[in-house]
Design a protein. Sequence first.
Length: 122
Amino acid sequence: MTPAHGAQPTVADDSAEAELNRLRARLDATDRQVMDVIAQRLCICDEIGEVKRRSGVPMMQPSRIDQVTAAYAEHATERELSGEFGRELARLLIAEACRRETDIIDRPDGPDGPDGPGGTPR
């Protein structure tokens, strides 16, 4: 129970606050690691977008989306997380990857196209 407004905190309150601060610092560090891994994943997706662009492969690959979404659900349940949480996380990551891939695939390359002057690779 928290002290009433204006009441002096107790030693137990100070101890709990200190423990919460330590745990929150660990959580913040973990969140930064999560974002680093997501950024790494999206860089790989950018490379995939470049390959799709060069080879004319369509951005949308429904079977791959299904495969990734199912894998995320499985990985989540293996870690005692909700399978639906895993699917939702996959959907968010896939949406951002698709947005980035579309930007890459649709990017204008100037008058001579993606392979440079005369259609020869650069």
